[in-house]
Design a protein around this ligand. Structure first.
Ligand SMILES: Nc1ncnc2c1ncn2[C@@H]1O[C@H](COP(=O)(O)OP(=O)(O)O)[C@@H](O)[C@H]1O
Ligand SMILES: [Mg+2]
Length: 255
């Protein structure tokens, strides 16, 4: 059995009296795409935010590559290999697409953070290594053609892929995607599926939250289903599709 990249052990998160996530355990394996689905309010975003370190967990454990991270601040989790995208854009409109991705490289640099954009004060050879990495990431996310465009001028879909590109720049072991298909049309969702598989093929594990079931069923190796903060099922897309508890709680007759 391979060790998990990311592991949750009996994770609980309460907000006052609201048990947003209860006793949640699952793991993401090396090179695995894991889907996290469930009705609105079932605790998906709370899980991702707890993993990323946005707020402390109420109880339970989070392990990244076997090490406990649940008490570490957000930036340390990023530098240890846990990257995430946000549901809303946090980009710099006047930056080029390349420079926005370059900013994301900061956490793994030895040089001063500001040198990532201005290219000064770098360790020898670092600029070239980073430029190559940015090229690879732009290729992987389908943004190679707009690398020199200003962030403000690219399409909404490209901005969304840029957020994934920026998260990839930190050289993660696992990337958390919270509703990456929101607002995308059919051919953009297809491109997203290719990007997610491409990320996995580079050896980065993916945890994806998504309402778009066709996308989830197509790309995920395994799926975890939440309802009222608890896991109600876990399995392959085929197993999840035919799981009566999942159909009752979430899927209905549609899938
Ligand atoms: N910051 C917060 N303060 C209070 N309650 C919250 C907060 N974030 C989420 N919740 C509650 O936790 C539950 C799970 O929410 P969430 O994780 O956002 O669900 P999902 O992403 O699956 O739609 C909901 O009942 C929600 O109202
Ligand atoms: Mg959510």
């Amino acid at each position: 059995m391979t060790t998990a990249v990311l592991q949750l052990e009996k994770l609980c998160k309460s907000f006052g009296g609201v048990h947003a996530v209860r006793d949640l355990s699952f793991s993401v394996g090396h090179g695995e795409i894991l889907g996290l689905i469930g009705p609105n309010g079932s605790g998906k975003s709370t899980t991702v935010n707890a993993l990323a370190g946005v707020f402390p967990v109420t109880s339970g454990e989070i392990l990244l590559a076997g090490g406990h991270i649940q008490t570490l601040p957000e930036y340390e989790r990023v530098s240890m290999g846990l990257a995430r995208t946000f549901q809303t854009a946090s980009t710099f409109a006047e930056f080029s697409v390349r420079d926005q991705v370059r900013l994301g490289c900061n956490v793994t640099l030895k040089s001063h953070p500001l040198s990532s954009v201005f290219g000064i004060g770098r360790h020898p050879g670092e600029n070239e290594v980073i430029d190559r990495r940015i090229d690879d990431i732009l290729d992987l996310t389908g943004l190679a053609g707009v690398g020199d465009e200003k962030v403000a001028t690219i399409t909404a879909a490209e901005q969304r892929f840029l957020m994934i590109a920026t998260a990839l720049a930190s050289n993660p072991k696992v990337i958390l995607l919270d509703e990456p298909a929101a607002g995308l049309v059919s051919h953009e969702r297809k491109a997203l599926a290719d990007v997610i598989r491409g990320i996995r093929d580079t050896g980065v594990s993916v945890l994806v939250i998504e309402h778009h079931m066709a996308l989830i069923m197509e790309v995920c190796d395994r799926i975890v289903v939440l309802n009222f903060g608890s896991k109600i099922a876990e399995g392959t897309p085929d197993e999840i599709r035919s799981d009566q508890a999942v159909i009752d709680a979430y899927l209905g007759e549609a899938v």
